[in-house]
Design a binder for this molecule. Structure first.
Ligand code: ZN
Length: 469
């Protein structure tokens, strides 16, 4: 509709069509909003976040590998098994195919008037929500007789595409097999994955979308030094970051999620940057009439983080969907969204060595802080995939403004690269050529913390730092 011609007239028509579509979507949205409120009953309540977190343990699939190792065949098998167990509840269709021909599954459940579209892992190395969606489906199947679940299934129709980028997931990479970032392809539509998502949106006209991602582990909640385990965003649909009724609803849904998640992870919810990205799906979905909630999953307090993060996603999604089903979302306080501290994208490291001695390339000692960041890698192929945590020396110097998941007081200690395979705490270590044992930015964080002994070049190993055994 928008490519009809080059004349001023046709551009005018195109703009009007856009506005008309938008208004129509607004009207549909208003009608859909009214439905759940009528069917809601104040006596029907969702379990508390703590209770949901405990129930998650029972529905979480033990057959699935840990979230980053979940591959397309796992998702496919899981969805088919779900549908076989409850064919009256789940509809499964192939909505499209990835570049390499993997099926993009569209799961539908519920019979309600309000349509919700959820998609996960459009970035292949951002897996947490795919597992959370599978767990949520299993929960809805096994708890369908509970009043709050039955209200959800009669008020909403859920449409989900778990793992929108299976080719990227196969390689544990952000982009698809063409090397394109699907979340920058909402307008150009050069990837089959983006075309599938866009055509689902156009066909279903969902009243709310959930765009489910992971963010890097260096994201902190403002200047608190706490990890942004969940960051939320109601994306802007223009450069002025204006509000419309849809975006306000998305903010209210974020407020609901914040209050649920913060009871389980206090101080660990951040607000994602709301700059308008003209090419991104969340921003354009909101413009097209499907206000979108972005959930970015970040670092957890300990490694490995997957189970607690999948659990948080599960609670976030269950709570948000219940609020949309009951009409509570409309009553939420936007100020609870606006007051979420903004993400600080480089505000966190995994391990911070404070005031530790180290050696320069000239062999001279100096004192400073060392910030070690950890990221994830998946190695191997097929069924022999392995997950690794990779530590790097990310920051050196005065790092008092950084938060850390673990802080070590390095006073009276030296840090040097790890040498020798069998080094362990308590061993004596002779450091004869300090110039060869300087730290450099970006190096792998296989390190030793040393305490000087009486003899000038002799040390005791206090700690061996290593993330990838
Ligand atoms: Zn992403």
């Amino acid at each position: 509709m928008l490519h009809v011609g080059r004349s001023r007239y046709s551009r005018f028509v195109a703009r009007c069509c856009l506005i008309a579509t938008w208004s129509l979507a607004g009207a549909v949205h208003a009608a859909q909003s009214a439905a759940p409120a009528m069917s809601s009953s104040p006596s029907v309540t969702i379990p508390t976040p703590q209770a949901l977190a405990a129930q998650w343990e029972q529905v979480h699939s033990k057959a699935l590998p840990v979230a980053p190792l979940v591959q397309h065949p796992d998702v496919e098998q899981h969805l088919k098994a779900l549908q076989a167990r409850a064919p009256d509840l789940f509809q499964l269709e192939v909505a499209g195919h990835s570049v390499e021909g993997r099926a993009l599954y569209h799961v539908t459940l519920g019979t309600g008037p309000r349509h919700i579209l959820l998609w996960s892992q459009m970035h292949g190395d951002e897996p947490t929500a795919t597992t959370a969606l599978l767990d949520l489906f299993e929960y809805l199947r096994t708890h369908r007789e509970e009043p709050w679940v039955s209200r959800l299934l009669s008020s909403l129709t859920l449409h989900a595409v778990p793992m929108l980028n299976p080719d990227g997931a196969e390689r544990f990479q952000r982009r698809n097999a063409q090397g394109i970032d699907i979340n920058r392809d909402a307008l150009a539509l050069q990837t089959p994955e983006a075309r599938t998502l866009k055509s689902l949106r156009d066909k279903l006209q969902p009243s709310v979308g959930f765009n489910l991602h992971n963010q890097g582990w260096r994201h902190a909640v403002g200047d608190t030094g706490r990890p942004a385990s969940i960051s939320l965003l109601a994306p802007a649909f223009d450069r002025a970051r204006s509000d419309n009724p849809g975006r306000i609803l998305a903010k209210k849904v974020c407020a609901v999620i914040r209050d649920a998640v913060e009871t389980l992870a206090p101080g660990q919810v951040g607000r994602y940057d709301d700059s308008f990205e003209v090419r991104a799906f969340g921003d354009n979905m909101t413009l097209w009439g499907t206000p979108t909630v972005l959930i970015e999953t970040g670092a957890w307090l300990s490694l490995p983080p997957d189970e607690p993060l999948v659990r948080l996603n599960f609670v976030a999604l269950a709570t948000a969907l219940d609020a949309l089903a009951s009409g509570q979302a409309e009553k939420a306080d936007v100020a609870r969204y606006d007051s979420i501290p903004e993400n600080e994208s480089s505000g966190l490291v995994h391990l911070l060595l404070k005031g530790v001695g180290m050696f320069g390339a000239d062999g001279k000692p100096f004192t400073g802080d060392v910030g070690i960041a950890v990221s994830r890698a998946v190695r191997g192929q097929g069924k022999k995939l392995q997950l690794a945590h990779v530590g790097k020396v990310e920051e050196l110097g005065d790092l008092r403004i950084l938060g850390a998941l673990e802080t070590v007081d390095g006073k009276g200690l030296f840090v040097v690269p790890l040498t020798g395979k069998g080094a362990k705490p308590g061993d004596t270590y002779r450091l004869t050529r300090p110039a060869k044992q300087s730290l450099s930015l970006g190096q792998r964080a296989d390190l030793m913390l040393l305490k000087p002994l009486e003899s000038s070049d002799t040390y005791r190993i206090e700690r061996v730092i290593r993330f990838d055994p």
